[in-house]
Design a protein around this ligand. Structure first.
Ligand code: ADP
Length: 218
């Protein structure tokens, strides 16, 4: 395995992207760049961007393309990403963002775009039982009888339900996925850059499918 990789992971909300991206980032020793985590961190810090983004996120909407493109541009310039590579999680989410990313990666193209495919019925069920550490983003599944307070095993942070994991916001996010993000599957597929990976099954098996797809393309 050659360390370093430039990957994009697409897929519906609740497809397990976050967890698999954390594993992939350890495996390839590259930063995991999650635009959702970046926006949530900005919201916690109370920056102007964070406060504006929080309203949109809680309602299940999409933050404007220009803002997102600027954020990612700045992040990809940092030394870790520009020298080693990265895993992009949650970006691009619209065709406009994908076109801008083509420009940002012109000199160092993406190795592979992966669509982690999990059907809508399954992700709806997964998201409703999802609980997340506010600090490190580790995902948990509620059994309906949660400890209170619920402390993250990994970092000691607070484990909570995300404000945008309510049924209304989830349905809005999934609808936006179908109209805004799903067209990216055709966009990348027509360039021969796409691998569709079945995201249903044991996380270890899904991880193996992902690394096999990456190795096959590098
Ligand atoms: P999920 O994939 O479960 O919706 P994320 O953590 O990726 O969660 O993103 C959370 C929210 O952050 C999104 O619903 C959206 O409001 C905002 N967001 C993240 N990335 C983008 C992006 N590339 N473009 C627009 N909005 C984004």
């Amino acid at each position: 395995m050659i360390p370093g990789a430039r990957l994009i992971i697409l897929g519906r909300q609740g497809a397990g992207k976050g967890t698999q991206c954390v594993r992939l980032s350890r495996h390839y020793v590259v930063p995991h760049i999650s635009t959702g985590d970046m926006l949530r961190a900005a919201a916690r810090e109370g920056t102007d961007l964070g406060t504006a983004a929080k309203k949109i996120m809680d309602a299940g909407g999409l933050v404007g393309d220009d803002i997102m493109i600027g954020l990612v541009d700045e992040r990809l310039e940092k030394a870790d990403a520009s020298t080693r590579g990265y895993i992009l999680d949650g970006f691009p989410r619209t065709v406009t963002q994908a076109e801008a990313l083509d420009g940002l990666t012109a000199r160092k193209p993406i190795h592979v775009v992966i669509d982690l495919d999990v059907p809508r019925e399954i992700v709806l069920e997964r998201i409703s039982s999802r609980r997340v550490c506010r600090d490190c983003g580790t995902n948990y599944r509620t059994s309906g009888d949660d400890p209170s307070p619920w402390i993250c095993d990994v970092c000691g942070g607070d484990v909570q339900q995300r404000a945008d994991d309510t049924p209304d916001a989830v349905n809005r996010r999934l609808d936006l996925y179908e109209t805004q993000t799903a067209p990216l599957i055709e966009y990348f597929s027509s360039r021969g850059a796409l691998a569709v990976i079945n995201g249903v099954g044991h996380p270890d098996h899904v991880f193996k499918r992902l690394t096999d797809a990456v190795e096959a393309r590098r």
